[in-house]
Design a protein around this ligand. Structure first.
Ligand code: GLA
Ligand code: ZN
Length: 726
């Protein structure tokens, strides 16, 4: 499949940036400080122990925030005034400031300098902006590295990084923690009572990893807490394999290239260890977030605190993170060839994290700079993309950024005001048009919900473990598998919730669990209960294979799902990219499959389709098992969309799952609901002109005030919003 999801390319980008760091290791300089500071580790780690209730923010803002990242500090004052005039013209009502200003507002260890930030806050307050105030800790000042090199990360190759780039503080550095916390507190004290500061934004795009000695020591503490004894660690990771038995926690080393990591980090000798490292790293950064959040909270009681997430970004367990955030916010940067269904899925995932509306913290109004090909958004595309975001649950539309940088690697990143400096541009006109429309729309949609009968399980532990696994194929990617199933529902305009493994499955008619490789404790029971009570479970090859430590569930695949699925998988064949097989359904339909083929036996299930080629021709490929009042569909191979649709059609029909409108259309139609109103968002993301469904004839578009007539033709990127009162 030729899909390069944004998350993957971003990951690559992050990794590249980490790789282009210092070539010299400077461990020795840190040994002293590490040993001195390490005993403080526990103290520092728990500085956020005083916890505050996370707010349940269904409707945190009084209007749709429209604006984005704004860095007036990078510009002379006369430009600020022009900006205010331009932004007012575009109906911009919000600015995210101070994202990377740490060096400016704390020029040295002892000195804060808030003069310029005061002026920025004053200016925006005067203009009645909703200010999203960032804590600036996403990039550390040079003085901090100079005096305390430990704040820099050690990369996968074992190299300690010097001052440079951003998003690269060692999360377990007590020095970083101390200064980040102090900064967050200083800001909150100073600006917390300003009623125009309506959102706090901690750091920026947390992510990456660190393999320094502080992290290694912290990892051992984390493991001790999780496993208590070294014997339990040996057992969990199956360290008897390759004679890796350890006798003390201080024998455990981080799994990078110098330890058990393999293939530049994509593989590992011990997935149990590496998955635990991922959990630990995600937790470590979450502790950083909580620490700053708790430093801010006492000064901003009713104001939401967030940090910007990155969709399907791999390294952080966002379901766990979201529990600590008042509201989820995220940055949406699709590539020129990212399918619209993939973007929709990413929004649904971000909404699913708290099952609540979210903020679109960033998107470009025109083009990115960091992707291989930074195509322009075509006329109308930014508008449609923004409205799609709102359709899937966003209550804000924010850009990166409001004025295009003069220098640095993002100088060719799109912005509301470009290098020309005035507003007579295509991009500005489109931003203004959308601003006017959102203003017209008002506040009615804020807090409205996206309802769904279908839940698709997304699980970060599974994501990590599945992709660490050595064999049977290296071409299996978790997010692409999830997307293939999501796409079916998207094409049919059937609403989907992306759900965690511990969701309340009883809320759904169908639960889809593609490549549910890791089945953790309690899941078998939860899924069994769901199906027994009439639910439909759809699962696939590479499911039910391991437990939460990546050890195989013995006794035949798919382990804990075997009885539910009514099958036994004896072997798994891997097909190389040039190989395929054919699946033939009982009605004679043939579809192509590739990647992996389960060789399965029926144990109560009925065969819906079987293989046509290879030595396992005639063996079942797709099975359905009646279980209690419900049933399980098991797809033993990777079929094309036609094959997936054939199975999912059966499931949706029998479950009585309906699209949001009865008419079949290639338009995207997505719904948000309040108690007494249903909002229908209609989009044409296809190149061809498509007719508006009959059911919207004579409805009024809330964005433009236009009444649309039957048979109206929609061009690519046309978007409408209709309200139906119930
Ligand atoms: C991220 C960051 C921003 C900016 C944009 C550019 O989302 O948060 O600071 O670098 O990418 O696309
Ligand atoms: Zn570290």
């Amino acid at each position: 499949m030729n899909l390069l999801p944004d998350a993957l390319s971003r990951l690559k980008w992050c990794r590249e940036s980490i790789r282009y760091g210092s070539k010299k290791c400077i461990f020795s300089a840190n040994v002293f400080i590490l040993n001195i500071l390490y005993p403080c580790y526990n103290v520092n780690r728990h500085q956020s122990e005083k916890t505050y209730e996370v707010m349940n923010m269904y409707k945190p803002f009084g209007r749709i925030l429209y604006g984005g990242d704004y860095n007036p500090n990078q510009w002379p004052k006369e430009v600020w005034e022009q900006d205010m005039a331009h932004f007012k013209d575009a109906r911009i009502n919000s600015a995210t400031i101070n994202v990377f200003s740490w060096a400016k507002i704390q020029p040295s260890e002892e000195e804060y300098s808030f003069g310029e930030l005061d002026e920025i806050v004053q200016m925006l307050s005067k203009e009645n902006y909703d200010i999203v105030l960032a804590t600036s800790t996403g990039a550390m000042p040079a003085w901090m590295y100079k005096k305390y090199p430990e704040v820099g990360r050690v990369d996968y190759q074992g190299r300690r990084h010097k001052f440079g780039q951003r998003h690269n503080a060692c999360p377990n550095s007590p020095v970083f923690q101390k200064y980040a916390k102090a900064m967050a507190e200083q800001l909150a004290k100073r600006y917390g009572s300003n009623p125009h500061v309506t959102c706090w934004h901690i750091s920026n795009e947390y992510g990456g990893e660190c393999y320094c000695e502080n992290c290694e020591k912290a990892f051992r503490v984390w493991l001790k807490k999780k496993y208590s004894t070294i014997e339990a660690v040996n057992k969990a990771w199956n360290l008897e394999f390759w004679g890796h038995t350890v006798y003390d926690f201080d024998e455990i080393v981080l799994p990078n290239a110098l330890g058990d990591g393999m293939e530049n980090g994509t593989d590992t000798a011990f997935a149990g260890l590496s998955v635990d490292y991922r959990r630990f790293m995600s937790d470590s950064m979450l502790e950083n977030f909580k620490m700053e959040r708790d430093a801010v909270r006492p000064y901003v009681k009713d104001v939401p605190i967030t940090t910007n997430l990155m969709g399907t970004y791999k390294f952080l367990d966002y379901f766990k993170w979201a529990k600590e955030m008042d509201i989820v916010s995220w940055d949406n940067y699709p590539s020129y060839n990212t399918p619209w269904s993939f973007t929709a899925m990413s929004h649904d995932l971000m909404r699913g994290l708290k099952d609540a509306p979210f903020m679109l913290m960033e998107q470009t109004p025109s083009q990115q700079n960091w992707q291989p090909y930074n195509s322009l958004k075509k006329p109308g595309q930014m508008r449609a993309q923004s409205l799609q975001t709102v359709a899937h649950g966003a209550d804000t539309v924010q850009f990166f950024q409001l004025r295009r940088s003069v220098g640095g690697c993002e100088k060719f990143h799109g912005a509301v005001i470009g290098h020309v400096g005035h507003n007579n541009t295509r991009v500005f006109r489109e931003v203004k048009q959308l601003g006017e429309e959102l203003e017209r729309l008002g506040t009615s949609i804020l807090g409205s919900a996206n309802k769904a009968d279908v839940g698709i399980i997304f699980d970060w532990d599974n994501y990590w473990a599945l992709e660490y696994t050595s064999g049977p194929t290296e071409d299996l990617t978790y997010v692409n598998q999830i997307h293939q199933y999501y796409q079916y529902f998207y094409n049919k305009n059937i609403g989907v919730n992306m759900i965690p493994v511990d969701a309340d499955f009883s809320k759904y008619k169908i639960v889809v669990a593609p490549v549910l490789y890791m089945v953790k404790e309690g899941m078998k029971e939860a899924l069994t209960e769901f199906v027994k009570n009439g639910g439909i479970l759809i699962t696939t090859f590479m499911s039910g294979l391991v437990n939460e430590s990546d050890n195989v569930h013995l006794g035949g695949y798919p382990g804990p799902l075997r009885e539910l699925a009514g099958i036994w998988v004896e072997e798994i064949d891997a097909l190389a990219p040039e190989q395929t097989n054919t699946v033939i359904f009982s009605d004679g339909t043939k579809v192509t499959c590739d990647l992996l083929c389960d060789l399965m036996h029926l144990e109560g299930a009925e065969c819906l389709a079987s293989y046509e080629e290879n030595f396992y021709a005639g063996m079942p490929a797709i099975a359905r098992n009646q279980f209690g009042k419900g049933c399980t569909y098991y797809l033993g191979t990777n079929m094309n969309q036609e094959g997936i649709a054939k199975v999912l059609d059966l499931a949706t029909q029998s479950a009585g799952v309906m699209p949001v409108i009865d008419e079949q259309t290639e338009l995207e139609v997505t719904c948000r609901k309040t108690e007494n109103c249903t909002y229908y968002f209609v989009f044409n993301f296809k190149e061809q002109v498509l007719a508006l469904p009959e059911c919207f004839a004579d409805c009024m578009d809330l964005l433009t005030g236009e009444t649309v007539h039957a048979g109206k033709k929609l061009k690519q990127y046309d978007a409408y919003l209709f309200a139906v009162t119930v």
